[in-house]
Design a protein around this ligand. Sequence first.
Ligand code: ADP
Ligand code: ADP
Length: 226
Amino acid sequence: MRQVELIGVAKSYGEGPPAVARSDFSVEKGEFFSLLGPSGCGKSTTLRMIAGFVAPSSGTIRLGGEDVTALPPERRAIGIVFQNYAIFPHMTVAQNIGYGLKLRKHDKATIAAAVGRALEQVGLVGYENRSPSQLSGGEQQRVALARVIVLEPRLLLLDEPLSALDKRLRDEMRVWLKRLQHELGITTIYVTHDQDEALSLSDRIAVMSKGVVQQIGTPAEIYERP
Ligand code: ADP
Ligand code: ADP
């Protein structure tokens, strides 16, 4: 089943060539799909259009078969994690993870159970009452992930989530991302300029250059004809 579909999606910010020129691709339910390409090729713009932060100049975006092109971000049921995790420094780990459910007025027992499950999923059991400042960058990024997956989004968007981390933490986070993907099977679109990351994590990869999707394939297919 197609969970995400982009049909003729394009975005121009003003004069000059478009940031994204007519993009067509779809992502299957449960798939880990990467947008790979150098800085400035239009990856973030594509992700922001899917999230609803940027309106396409033309084209249609469907989520689970529903046309969401005109829906505001908060009505798309999408979870997003950015490079610079925006976790709240004054809240504990558990409060950070439970915050979205609290805003949605879930009761305390439901929130506590969901927070507990999310802590297990990202390997942070025992960290519930810590402050973010007591955590490593990788652990903070796992809190950011937990805070999003606890809301059970129908799509997870990850925008260069590892690029602020050093090599060792990046490798550690890759393992966590793979495990999460395996356990939860959340449909994920992953933006990166790092070919190794895309090859090691993805079911399929869309290679972008200058606003255009150049090719789409499995890691083996992309690796064989770079
Ligand atoms: P990437 O994520 O691959 O680095 P972006 O989608 O951020 O690429 O950018 C694609 C192009 O659009 C770049 O040329 C960039 O300068 C331009 N761009 C991105 N955001 C804006 C904006 N808000 N206003 C004007 N131009 C932008
Ligand atoms: P408040 O008292 O303002 O409701 P809390 O400090 O209780 O805020 O925490 C916010 C949410 O995080 C709560 O709904 C709670 O269920 C969850 N939470 C807090 N501490 C823990 C913990 N140690 N383990 C699991 N969940 C927790």
